[in-house]
Write a protein that binds this ligand. Structure first.
Ligand SMILES: O=C(O)c1ccccc1N[C@@H]1O[C@H](COP(=O)(O)O)[C@@H](O)[C@H]1O
Length: 210
């Protein structure tokens, strides 16, 4: 199985022009409070100019159904990424009302296998991310990857994919790939001075393909 590549936190036309030419299977936009938050109208104008990615991910954090629907009215989202403390009930509601794939981000911790088992029943994929100083999402910090094979097995039993996020960069991606994740999700690790960086992406993709 080849690893799926998700590049997240596309912030500008310049970022998008670069990311759309890469080997990304998924490109993500942040519609939550963050320095990477984007305006749906801008995202739509970049898509009209440069084309749509294979899969477009909208990242939300404890958003209301109305907020998700408003973004979907402007941006052709394929996947709704819930990157907060959304409950299983809320995920079911989002799926029923939005009719899109749902990717649930879960914070890595001692209950991660139980969490994947519970949330995996109402999600199409799980993203495991790290928590740092109370922050969840875009931390730039990796967690211990020793548990990755167990997490993959748990996801496989449920018939879903499991992506790894948090502090992945060209310098450490080989170590992670040895644990055979289904997908990797990067934001800060492919940036230089807050912008997506072509050299970092090319180096990363060479490491993945080698
Ligand atoms: O990137 C953000 O600012 C962000 C804000 C709110 C929720 C999620 C966010 N990003 C997610 O963080 C991971 C990877 O981040 P990094 O590689 O450690 O910088 C990815 O899932 C993004 O979707």
């Amino acid at each position: 199985m080849t690893v799926q590549i998700k590049y997240c936190g596309c912030q500008s036309e310049e970022d998008y022009k670069l990311l759309i030419e890469t080997k990304a299977d998924l490109i993500g936009f942040i519609f939550a409070e963050s320095r990477r938050e984007v305006d749906p109208k801008n995202v739509n104008s970049w898509i009209e100019k440069y084309g749509k990615p294979k899969k477009l991910v909208g990242v939300f954090q404890n958003a209301t159904l109305q907020k998700i629907k408003d973004v979907m009215n402007t941006v052709p989202i394929d996947i709704i990424q819930c990157h907060g403390t959304e409950s299983i009930h809320q995920l079911k509601e989002i799926r029923n009302h939005c009719n899109k794939e749902i990717y649930k981000a879960l914070p890595f911790g001692e209950n991660i296998i139980e969490d994947i088992t519970a949330y995996g029943k109402v999600s199409d994929a799980i993203i495991i991310d790290s928590v740092s100083q109370g922050r969840f999402g875009g931390t730039g910090i990796p967690f211990s990857w020793k548990e990755v094979p167990n997490m993959m097995k748990t996801a496989e039993r449920l018939g879903i994919l499991c992506f790894i996020a948090g502090g992945i960069k060209p310098e450490n991606v080989s170590e992670l790939l040895r644990q055979h994740p289904h997908g990797i999700d990067l934001s800060g690790g492919i940036e230089e001075n807050g912008k997506k960086n072509v050299q970092k992406i090319e180096t990363l993709e060479r490491m993945i393909m080698s």
